[in-house]
Design a protein around this ligand. Structure first.
Ligand SMILES: [Zn+2]
Length: 234
């Protein structure tokens, strides 16, 4: 396969891995926080209705806070990018020759001969000066540009997808076995997600799977303990 074709596929895989990893992390948060909430409330001997209400409230609250947090952080990244681009535009207008020399130096730094670097800088500047500086000096490209709303929606959806799993188990497994069922199922879901994330990133499967399952089990255990303790004193 021609190198450029392979690079093209590689580039798409890298972009896909980024999104997959964010989705897996969002779902992971959804499972751990909602399952722990359900197990904690159930361990306090609350009624089935209270357990499910807490689970639904936890899902909605978690999804909204993920969306809000993601929107605010990506929005500020977008603001920074916009400010950088505006400053770059001013510098280009103020001293185009110096900016072209800067671009030439960037290409020389990447291994081009001075003559070729100067020609590339001259032609790219003539074609789209701000685009060339944005991409090669600031590292801002259309593909990687900050999209706050998309990011917020993606993290809210992945959190919701994760949270819905233990909630469904809690709904199906009403009764004294609820804590055991929700805990076992959630650790299973987490292990599956850990495997998926490791596979997507090309990392060894077992350590990643065990790691995420252990942390999930720890979160469930501590919350169940707190719920039981609180339930006994309340
Ligand atoms: Zn510049």
């Amino acid at each position: 396969m021609k190198i450029s074709a392979r690079r093209h596929i590689e580039h798409h895989r890298t972009a896909r891995i980024g999104w997959l990893r964010a989705a897996v992390l969002g779902a992971n948060d959804g499972i751990v926080s909602t399952a722990s909430l359900i197990v904690g409330v159930a361990a306090s001997s609350a009624s089935q209705a209270s357990v499910l209400t807490a689970g639904v409230a936890g899902l909605v609250a978690g999804a909204m806070s993920m969306a809000a947090g993601e929107y605010v952080s990506v929005r500020s990244q977008a603001d920074t990018e916009q400010a950088d681009l505006a400053r770059e535009g001013r510098e280009l207008a103020a001293d185009p020759a110096a900016e072209q020399r800067e671009l030439t130096a960037i290409y020389v730094g990447r291994g081009l001969s001075y003559a070729l670097a100067a020609q590339v800088a001259q032609e790219l500047t003539a074609h789209d000066a701000l685009g060339a500086h944005a991409r090669d000096e600031l590292g801002i490209t259309d593909a990687l540009g900050a999209r706050p709303l998309q990011a917020a929606l993606a993290s809210a959806l992945s959190f919701t997808a994760g949270a819905a799993l233990p909630l469904a188990v809690a709904w199906l497994a009403a009764g004294p076995q609820l804590v055991a069922w929700v805990s076992a199922a959630s650790i299973g879901f987490l292990a599956l997600l850990g495997m998926l994330a490791a596979r997507a990133g090309g990392a060894p499967l077992l350590p990643a799977t065990v790691r995420v399952a252990l942390w999930g089990a720890l979160a469930l255990g501590v919350t169940a303990g707190a719920g039981a303790l609180f339930g006994s004193v309340a």
